[in-house]
Write a protein that binds this ligand. Structure first.
Ligand SMILES: C[S@@+](CC[C@H](N)C(=O)[O-])C[C@H]1O[C@@H](n2cnc3c(N)ncnc32)[C@H](O)[C@@H]1O
Length: 418
């Protein structure tokens, strides 16, 4: 069956239709269905490769790297299945904005939130896309000064001339912001430059280093340089921004750009704790697709120091605000507030798809904790969906031992508000 066509009609269907959709094959293999006792109730597990490689490729507009982001096909599956054009789709932990952007591409209304202020830097410009020509003209007008020096030692990352260009771009953007003159073209340039600061190919401003969402410390970079016997070469900042811009906009036609921007004009983007988002109207959201911070201790300030420096954000604030929980009890406490808030803002007949991934190599099955949290907030647990790529018949749903390298599993609890 042409799944995508089927999904696009589904939002008008009944709960039984949703069940039969999930119980369907994906065109290649039959969905495995199991009943599992969770929180005193039998919960249906649907296991398959729900978004297959045969499906439409995701838009290049998503191609901004971010720690622990999910594939656009994940939110697309739920958005197409459970909402129609104009419905409000939300992500309380939006990160690089995968859900929000995919929803805008599919002509839904969007709302997003993330406590990390860098998230809005990365998301907002892609909901308010300038023309390539406007960006190219602006780049030409920016006073790049390849002699400018940074207020900290960045010589292990950048050639002196590249550093000068980054510093002058940073000053230019800072001044625009201070004078409240930063427009959508500047914000786009800010987003792309933030994404290009460090990386592992000549498409980035830096010498070879870790991927862009994991800036290393200067000391570590010095070691990498010694080990690889490398020195930063000159990179043309303006040229690289335009090159990445071209890639991001590759499949965005003028019509699509206008549609996305129309959606962006009405988008509500917040930088709050996901449990306290009073700006979102009660009973307004048709579907939430999200993936929360997990139990691991991610050092966000360490990961983000260079991105924060470029954007004039104090990285210690990120560390203070971001939820880092050390055990499942703490984690559940925070998520309980989030579920209460999601219940408040979800319409009757609305959905929450809560992706929990594999934690601690599959030893902790977070859905076992998530199901009671959602139910306590008065949601119904509709099912658990396991999307498993390279699905094999011998796999079992518990993810222990069978989550061999090369497989990519998403574990999603689907809740419904009656
Ligand atoms: C797993 S990532 C989400 C990635 C996202 N699905 C994507 O595709 O980019 C979790 C996000 O939660 C954010 N976060 C952590 N604690 C938060 C909180 N209390 N409220 C809101 N956002 C929070 C982090 O900044 C991070 O961006």
């Amino acid at each position: 069956m042409a799944n995508e066509v089927f999904y696009s009609y589904l939002h008008n269907f009944t709960l039984d239709d949703v069940l039969s959709l999930l119980d369907n094959d994906n065109g290649e293999q039959k969905t495995q269905v199991e009943n599992v006792l969770l929180d005193g109730e039998a919960v249906k597990y649907f296991i398959n490769e729900f978004w297959t490689s045969g499906q439409r490729k995701a838009s290049n507009l998503h191609e901004i790297s971010y720690r622990a982001c999910f594939k656009p096909q994940l939110p697309r599956f739920f958005i197409q299945s459970l909402t129609g054009e104009g419905d409000l789709v939300y992500d309380p932990f939006m990160g690089r904005g995968t859900t929000v952007l995919e929803a805008a591409i599919l002509k839904r209304r969007v709302a997003g939130n993330d406590i990390n202020p860098l998230s809005r830097v990365l998301v907002e410009p892609r909901l308010n896309i300038p023309l390539y020509q406007e960006i190219a003209e602006r780049i030409n007008r920016i006073p790049f000064n390849d002699q400018a020096g940074a207020d900290r030692d960045l010589s292990m990352f950048y050639h002196p001339r590249t550093e000068g260009e980054i510093v002058s771009l940073r000053r230019y953007l800072e001044e625009k912001r201070r004078n409240r003159e930063e427009d959508k073209v500047d914000s786009w340039i800010r987003m792309v430059a933030t994404n290009r600061l460090t990386g592992h190919s000549p498409g980035f401003f830096s010498v070879y280093t870790l991927p862009p969402n994991q800036a290393v410390s200067p000391q570590r970079q010095i070691k990498i340089n010694m080990k690889r016997n490398q020195q930063p070469e000159y990179r043309d900042v303006g040229k690289l921004i335009l090159k990445k811009t071209k890639t991001l906009l590759k499949d965005i036609t003028e019509e699509k750009r206008k549609e996305i921007n129309a959606c962006g004009e009405k988008a509500l983007l917040l930088s709050e704790h996901a449990g306290f988002t009073r700006e979102i109207t009660a009973e307004s959201v048709k579907l939430t697709v999200t993936s929360p911070p997990f139990l691991d201790v991610v050092q966000y300030s360490y990961d983000n120091w260079l991105r924060c420096w470029f954007n004039g954000i104090d990285e210690r604030i990120i560390d203070k605000r971001i939820t880092v929980t050390r055990n499942i009890r703490q984690w559940s406490g925070v998520m309980q507030d989030v579920f209460a808030e999601l219940y408040r803002i979800t319409v009757k007949g609305g959905w929450v798809a809560f992706e929990v991934g594999e934690v601690k190599g599959g030893r902790i099955k977070l859905e076992e904790y998530v199901v009671p949290l959602g139910k306590r907030a008065r949601f119904h647990c509709f099912c658990v969906l396991i999307n498993r790529q390279q699905f094999t018949k011998t796999s079992n749903i518990w993810g222990i031992g069978n989550n061999a390298k090369g497989t990519n599993t998403n574990r999603i609890v689907l809740f419904y508000k009656s």
